[in-house]
Design a protein around this ligand. Sequence first.
Ligand code: ADP
Length: 363
Amino acid sequence: MINEINLLRVSESRYRRLFETALDGILLLNADTAQIEDVNPYLIAMLGYSHVEFLGKKLWEVGPFADIAQSKEMFSKIQTEGRVRYDNLPLRTITGTLVQVEFISNIYDCAGVKVIQCNIRDITDRKRAEKQLADSNIELEQFAYVASHDLREPLRMINSYLSLLERNNPQHSEESKKYLRFAKNGAVRMDHLVVALLELSRVGANSPCIVPVDSAAATDDAISNLASLIEKTDSDVCKIAPMPKVMADRGELTRLLQNLIGNAIKYRHPERRSVVQVSCQPCEGGWKFAVADNGIGIGSEHYERIFRIFQRLHGRDQYEGTGIGLAICKKIVEHHEGTIWVESVPGQGSTFFFTLPLLRATK
Ligand code: ADP
């Protein structure tokens, strides 16, 4: 008996220490009367009110919860549901400043008394950092957009004067003609880069436009945009029915499929006709698309890096490109809250997979 009492004391003092030293605020409430039974030191430090200012008061009688209607509603929700979570609840401290908190409640029975435990985490700094990050991302995207947009104009000028030089001086030496050709190729390449960067910066920049889209129609659009490449390379591109209606931005889904099919053809095997298959299957929480080719394949050590901007596995002398296409694909998929990855057997072919979750329409 004495041992049991001792054990109880030891375990009580252990949990008391946890309560006293927790790095989250903890508030204990009587689940019938809404009276505050205890608050831990972390919550006292977070909100600035003293222990006695909390104890015995009803929840809505203390400063941070003084919005009576809101606090009563919260309390009755906890009474009926037990576990209630608020991701971003503003609480006012004793000095009048607001702290943003994450709030989770639980109800349990404590020797016949129903107690509500509220865990309260101060996320003010995290929210501030998230906002700063979001603002600086918007700024960066605007910068990338403006820079790439404005760069095209001087590039066009360089290109047209190079063409004029070429045309108006037929007596150019072979050497000069070669230099002019290099300069023009450089300007054209730079234009392709700038256009690709512009496109990358624009993914998701307009307010998201998630609507039901027929993925078969988006695949047809992608294939028809690539018609001349498909014809020139005599590739066999087909979609495997049935393809579902998905929640997506139609323009972005078409661009995504176009980039993947375009790559499947570009990186075809030199010794066989390129065959590309686009298919889609249901997966947990949404749809899984696959763009499969019988091309040159990719070593598994490159699976991650090819989705990063400017990462190419081949020189320009082998395959033309900017190294931005898959970065655009990744950004589009992430804009739809999905994931993208590749599986491949070098020498036999690659399959690019991406998932699209079941999103809600945004207009
Ligand atoms: P780009 O094609 O302009 O180089 P991407 O970002 O589209 O840029 O692709 C990055 C790299 O991934 C490519 O340079 C290529 O090496 C590799 N890659 C992409 N798609 C395929 C594919 N279907 N088969 C083999 N390699 C591929």
